[in-house]
Design a protein around this ligand. Structure first.
Ligand SMILES: Cc1ncc(COP(=O)(O)O)c(C=O)c1O
Length: 392
């Protein structure tokens, strides 16, 4: 009998949500999916011309370079420079996605059984990645009553001898918050004092909903207070997850950052996972981001305006939580039903699919999460049905 590794012994049976959804689909009723966050399915800009760049003959030669092709690393440096952030291309490491970059950083930083502090609430991406690297995730709370500020006291209490890194999603998904500058400095000081690395996921960094207040930090890229890894990639920056290109920007005290680069280079060299055509097309691809981001921000803001309007018209029993950025809205809903109850009711009776708050590890019951990317006609229709149902 073949024995599989225990780390892959997942329970893969269909969960309750999947069953409810399958039943609803089987009735043949049209459903509006407010969990849709795949930008290539939301009727946004035509990606065809950019995808065509991958067919350029320059991609026909294979000259592998572990940290990434110099042309591509320089393009990432320029992307930050255009945002007013100074990043030397020598500190950029390319990967096939942010998810892969997380995996590489866990390999770099943690031995089997070591711990990584992760924010709660946040996007549920890391559980499987951590499991595959045999590391343990320890959630630390973000304080809702303080605008989702990092609970530094809790971080101190939760960090132990086996803690290796603190993950921050910035702006956070789904709460949409950018950290304050003083909070960033305190986090870096905490990490440096404990010998921890900061892993900052900035995939939504270009999607602030307006001018960021002066006291908010736009990016951790280049922050030198602690060993810092900033993650981002084409999934969100140009809304093209199918291109499979992400990156890590390394910074921190010079000697330790240089050591991290040397080790990461070996990790990256082991996989060489980013395709040559996408690397060589990166200058054109990143150069095309402005209209893409403008279209997405326009979509997100228009859908949010409609959502607020219909919620207000429905009497205010359900509120949208404030956000600084991102593609999601969090709704604080009445507690007549628990989150599963609401999700089920909305699918069965209104034909609208939403996420329960607990999917994102919200601190209490009573939240639903919706994507703001869907096509506006369908979104408005679903928002009206939601608002009516969530108001009694
Ligand atoms: C916060 C966050 N990080 C990372 C990812 C995954 O990005 P990638 O496609 O680069 O792996 C997502 C995907 O939605 C995300 O929401």
């Amino acid at each position: 009998m073949v024995r599989f590794a225990a780390r892959t012994g997942w329970d893969l049976t269909e969960n309750h949500h999947a069953k409810v959804l399958a039943e609803a689909r089987a009735t043949g009723k049209a459903l509006i999916d407010l969990t849709e966050s795949n930008p290539t399915r939301c009727g946004l800009a035509d990606a065809g011309p950019l995808v065509a760049q991958l067919g350029h003959p320059r991609g026909g030669r294979y000259e592998p370079s572990s940290l990434g092709h110099p042309v591509a690393r320089a393009a990432v440096g320029r992307y930050y420079a255009e945002r007013g952030i100074s990043v030397d291309a020598g500190w950029v490491v390319l990967s096939a996605s942010t998810s892969e970059a997380y995996g590489w950083l866990f390999k770099l930083l943690a031995d089997r059984g070591d711990e990584i502090l992760v924010p709660a609430p946040s996007y549920p991406l890391l559980e499987f990645l951590a499991c595959l690297e045999d590391v343990t995730l320890t959630p630390y709370p973000l304080l809702r009553e303080e605008g989702w500020r990092v609970d530094l006291g809790a971080l101190e209490r939760l960090s132990g001898p086996r803690t290796r890194a603190v993950v921050l999603v910035h702006p956070n998904n789904p709460t949409g918050t950018f950290v304050r500058r003083d909070e960033a400095d305190a986090l870096a000081a905490f990490a440096a004092a404990r010998g921890l690395a900061l892993v900052v996921d900035e995939v939504f960094g270009d999607y602030a909903h307006g001018a960021l207040p002066q006291n908010r930090l736009p990016s951790f890229a280049g922050h030198t207070g602690a060993l810092t890894f900033v993650l981002s990639g084409l999934s969100k920056v140009v809304a093209m997850p199918q291109l499979k290109l992400g990156w890590i920007v390394v910074s921190g005290p010079e000697a330790i950052a240089a050591e991290a680069m040397k080790r990461l280079e070996v990790v990256a060299d082991t996989y060489l996972s980013v395709s040559t055509p996408v690397q060589l097309a990166l200058p054109e691809i990143l150069g095309a981001r402005v209209p893409v981001q403008r279209a997405i921000l326009g979509r997100v803001q228009e859908n949010m305006r409609v959502l607020d309007e219909v919620l207000a018209a429905a009497g205010g029993a359900t509120r949208r939580l404030p956000v600084d950025g991102g593609w999601y809205a969090v709704l604080a809903v009445p507690r007549w039903h628990d989150e599963d109850g609401w999700v089920e009711l909305l699918v069965r009776e209104e034909g609208v699919i939403v996420h329960p708050g607990y999917f994102f590890d919200m601190p209490a019951e009573g939240f639903l999460v919706v994507s703001l990317l869907p096509e506006p006609g369908a979104f408005a229709d679903a928002a009206r049905r939601l608002a009516a149902r969530l108001s009694g």
